[in-house]
Write a protein that binds this ligand. Structure first.
Ligand SMILES: [Fe+2]
Length: 210
């Protein structure tokens, strides 16, 4: 066999080996990729709605046709991804919180919540992982620092139940649930609410174990 032909065969064989090896190399690189830390869970609390209200869309500042005008309006946006950073396709986010006077739409809270405040909302996570809510900068109520309850669902499974806090709120240091969090968990669940168009804006990225 002429040496040039043999060289060609060897080169072709080497390329084939490299091509065959590529998926293994890629998958081992993927396996070594650092996993994202999952968002810590927290208690659901006593005020998750007993029945889902008729208006339960992403805009908590408008209940039916009524606009809620108290407190500080804000946008809350972020992403829902798994530990590999992949958007969780089909996930649904739920949030619930008290009105500016500190009342939940729940019989356990005496039915005192303002009917103009929606109090509970749902948003589908977009295919790229993003979500958006229009709501109120959370207000304090007896014994708790301002917070918003979050739940992530995928089909019939609950992937996460937690609470979001406001960076720098003086009530945080006095709040039993916030104080129980270690430093990393506080950082994951406490975000700044910064001035933006039409109110404040908070970015809350969520990582779940699917
Ligand atoms: Fe609460």
């Amino acid at each position: 066999m002429p040496s040039s032909t043999r060289r060609r065969i060897l080169t072709t064989a080497a390329t084939a080996v490299t091509a065959a090896a590529a998926p293994t190399w890629l998958s081992s690189t993927w396996a070594q990729k650092p996993q994202l830390r999952t968002t810590p869970g927290q208690t659901e609390g006593p005020f998750y709605p007993l029945t889902i209200p008729a208006d339960s869309d992403f805009d908590l500042l408008r209940n039916g046709r009524v606009q809620y005008k108290r407190g500080q309006p804000c946008w809350i946006e972020g992403t829902v991804v798994d530990a590999n950073g992949v958007p969780v396709n089909g996930a649904v986010l739920e949030i619930w919180q008290c009105d500016q006077a500190g009342h939940y739409h729940h019989p356990g809270d005496g039915g005192q919540a303002d009917p103009a405040f929606q109090g509970f909302g749902r948003a589908a996570v977009a295919p790229d992982g993003h979500y958006l809510f229009r709501t109120l900068r959370p207000a304090p109520y007896s014994g708790r620092t301002p917070h918003i309850h979050f739940k992530v669902r995928l089909d019939r499974r609950v992937l996460l139940t937690t609470q979001l806090y406001v960076t720098g709120d003086p009530g945080n240091e006095r709040d039993l649930l916030w104080r129980r969090l270690n430093e990393q968990d506080r950082a994951a669940l406490t975000v700044p609410f910064m001035p933006d168009i039409n109110g404040l804006r908070a970015h809350f990225p969520i990582v779940v174990q699917v």
